[in-house]
Design a binder for this molecule. Structure first.
Ligand SMILES: NC(=O)c1ccc[n+]([C@@H]2O[C@H](COP(=O)([O-])OP(=O)(O)OC[C@H]3O[C@@H](n4cnc5c(N)ncnc54)[C@H](OP(=O)(O)O)[C@@H]3O)[C@@H](O)[C@H]2O)c1
Length: 275
């Protein structure tokens, strides 16, 4: 089985090159900069080619692994080279627009939107992998791909592109926003002077904050500014921050404790549903 990964020298592209190579696939990668592709090629033992259209030739599966804002350019370029028996999947962190673009440009082959809910440095076991089929053919392929992914240790979830995107505002955009605001607050407070005396919970939070600020600014700004409902989640976060700041300012210990106990119940319940 041969897979072409467009954007194969990017963070996720490199990760998937290694993943498919290990699973026994013949992997070919292309990207904007051939030199970067050659480096990945040497490191992982996959084939690098100069052009996206060259990568597409003879591949069973074409995985588009570029930032969502570049999807349309890539699809326009490769669409005339795609044959009926090939499958085109994307891994963009939003789904409604990329899936619509794949349907617009690829009209002779099967397409499927997917979203691995993890970054390139995360462990693969127990990670969610979302598939967003939109018709019977895509659902059949999602079931086939899902079986393969489950065997590889992923939790496969199937949903519509729209349901996926309304979840992303709450799950990804808000999480990144909290990480960025926390880092900004620490910088203004000058917390560096406390690093040597910090607590376990501070170090735990600082690992999370580091993972956010070290991520791809092009992707993260897209997930703040183009995801429907991101602004709503962030507005509610700010309202909650103000509510808790008022409890503190007014020294309302009773309400503070009651609210904290209720939240503990809520978070434990949602965590047990997830496990
Ligand atoms: N990073 C994550 O945590 C994560 C998690 C899940 C899903 N995703 C999704 O995965 C996709 C890739 O994200 P990423 O983090 O891997 O981004 P990335 O590191 O920026 O990689 C994207 C790659 O695409 C290449 N590229 C851009 N335009 C291209 C074109 N016209 N033709 C061929 N290659 C092109 C880039 O080349 P240059 O470097 O030369 O610009 C880069 O190597 C995105 O859709 C993102 O939403 C990311």
């Amino acid at each position: 089985m041969k897979i072409a990964i467009i954007g194969g020298a990017g963070q996720m592209g490199e990760w998937f090159s290694g993943f498919f190579k290990k699973a026994g696939y013949d992997v070919v990668i292309s990207g904007r900069r051939y030199r970067k592709c050659l480096e990945v090629s040497k490191k992982l033992g996959v084939r690098a080619v100069r052009k996206n259209t060259e990568a597409v030739e003879g591949a069973d599966i074409i995985m588009v692994s570029v930032l969502p804002q570049y999807m349309e350019d890539v699809l326009k370029e490769i669409a005339p080279h795609i044959r009926e028996n090939q499958k085109v999947i994307d891994i963009a962190s939003v789904k409604a627009v990329p899936v619509r673009l794949m349907h617009t440009y690829v009209n002779n082959a099967l397409v499927l939107g997917t979203h691995p809910m993890f970054g390139p440095s995360a462990m693969k076991e127990n990670q969610n992998f979302i598939l967003t089929p939109t018709n019977a053919k895509e659902r059949r392929y999602a079931s086939e791909l899902g079986k393969f992914l489950k065997k590889q240790g992923f939790k496969v979830r199937i949903m519509s592109p729209d349901d996926h995107d309304s979840m992303i505002g709450d799950v990804l955009s808000l999480t990144h926003f909290i990480g960025l605001v926390t880092a900004d607050t620490w910088k203004r407070l000058g917390v560096d002077k406390h690093m040597k005396t910090s607590s376990t919970s501070f170090r735990f939070l600082s690992d999370f904050v580091k993972s956010v600020v070290d991520s791809n600014p092009g992707l993260y700004s897209y997930l703040q500014m183009e995801v429907r409902d991101a602004e709503k989640a962030e507005r509610i976060f700010i309202e909650s921050a103000n509510k808790w700041a008022d409890l503190v300012k007014n020294k309302n210990r009773k309400e503070f404790s009651t609210s904290m106990t209720k939240l503990s119940r809520y978070v434990n319940e949602i965590q047990s549903n997830w496990k």
